[in-house]
Design a protein around this ligand. Structure first.
Ligand code: ATP
Ligand code: MG
Length: 364
């Protein structure tokens, strides 16, 4: 097998992308793209996966495809270096999913902690759509179709990557070495692996309405920051404050650098000094929130401005996705053909098959 380094990752078009996506995966993808260390990079808008829990809401998925694409381009994904494509346009992914389903048990799917959690969040209980229940298998098809070696994602994706690795091992064991086992690439910084929502909820998520979006205008960002969840026991400025579960500090962990202190809060050299003061008491939430607002504004302004440029030419954005989908399909078709050969379901490509069967009956 080749030694190519290949990235596959993506997002569900269930809303615009937020700063959790940015620190959890998007920022890293752009860095990896620009590092030149990868031979191929595939970035997928997972519309088919979004439909697994939005079957009755196809317009939402349809509208958000271009929103996610705009966020990609705005964040710095470059179509000349990364293949941006739409999942549903690659039918090979469905075929792979169908064959992988034979290699996974229902009990194994039921154990997936992320899916368990999402079922509760969506109130599915006894009415889980089969497509939703099996989406980890379809995700394994997405990853392996591109022979991805590296999947940069947030922590909630860990069980999906583990499931994909198991499918690869099982497939290669049963049918012979064909698929590549992917590695997860989590953000180094713990705050970025699962950024909490502005309400202090464990995960910023489009479905929970606790997001700061990459496209939010400055006044909206400021409003969201100023009303963010902090330490409920930190009532007076003099009170000592807690950092655990304090969303404002988690966001600073994810976004702020020492240069930001020099620019906006020169009384402190770095985040450790600010944290120490907060814990001692004597530092008010408003001051910390104002600082976070400055940091976020500086980070998000160039992204928002680039987005506005791309918004002027939506036809171009669709053209990027169309070209990307064509390129992605070619790659997936190649893998599917290898998979079918390995599984011995390549009847018409195998001249020896007819010869062997012919011989068998001639000898009788
Ligand atoms: P949905 O609610 O529709 O599932 P979502 O906000 O969870 O949407 P996804 O499209 O499921 O977003 O996730 C896309 C990528 O962003 C994944 O790699 C995921 O790990 C990452 N991600 C999503 N939310 C966060 C977060 N709060 N912190 C860090 N990474 C995140
Ligand atoms: Mg999600």
């Amino acid at each position: 097998m080749s030694n190519s380094k290949i990235i596959l990752t993506g997002d569900r078009p269930t809303g615009r992308l937020h700063i959790g996506h940015y620190v959890g995966s998007l920022r890293r993808r752009v860095e990896l793209q620009n590092s030149g260390a990868f031979d191929e990079i595939y970035i997928m808008i997972a519309d088919a996966q979004a439909l697994t829990d939005n079957a009755e809401n196809p317009e939402k998925v349809r509208e958000n495809v271009v929103e996610v694409a705009l966020d990609y381009l705005a964040a710095g994904l470059d179509p000349a270096k990364s293949t941006l494509f739409i999942q549903s346009q690659i039918p090979e992914l469905c075929e792979l999913t169908f064959y992988y389903m034979d290699l996974v048990t229902v009990a194994r799917l039921q154990r997936n902690p992320t899916v368990k959690n999402e079922i509760i969040m969506r109130n599915f209980e006894a009415s889980i759509p089969v497509g939703f229940f099996t989406y980890p298998i379809s995700q394994a098809a997405d990853i392996t179709a591109f022979k991805a070696t590296t999947v940069p994602v947030g922590e909630d994706q860990e069980p999906m990557i583990e499931q994909a690795r198991e499918i690869v091992r099982k497939f290669n064991f049963v049918y012979g070495d064909t698929l590549v086992e992917p590695e997860i690439l989590l953000p180094d910084n713990e705050a970025c692996q699962r950024l909490p929502g502005t309400d202090g909820h464990a995960k910023m998520s489009k479905s929970l309405g606790n997001c700061i979006y990459l496209a939010d205008e400055p006044d909206v960002i400021k409003k969201k920051v100023m009303s963010m969840f902090t330490d409920p026991d930190h009532i007076r400025v003099e009170d000592p404050g807690k950092l655990e579960g304090n969303t404002v500090f988690t966001y600073l962990d994810a976004f702020c650098r020492d240069e930001h202190f020099a620019a906006y809060l020169p009384d402190y050299a770095n985040l450790d000094e600010l944290k120490a003061h907060y814990q001692r008491g004597g530092l008010g939430d408003v001051k910390v929130k104002k600082f976070l607002n400055n940091v976020l504004q500086e980070t998000l302004e160039p992204i928002r401005n680039r987005r506005k440029e791309y918004q002027k030419d939506i036809a171009y954005v669709y053209e990027v996705l169309k070209k990307g989908s064509e390129a992605a399909q070619a790659k997936a078709a190649q893998t599917l053909s290898e998979v079918k050969s390995a599984m011995r379901i390549n009847y018409f490509d195998d001249a020896e098959l007819i010869a062997a069967q012919t011989k068998k009956y001639q000898e009788q």
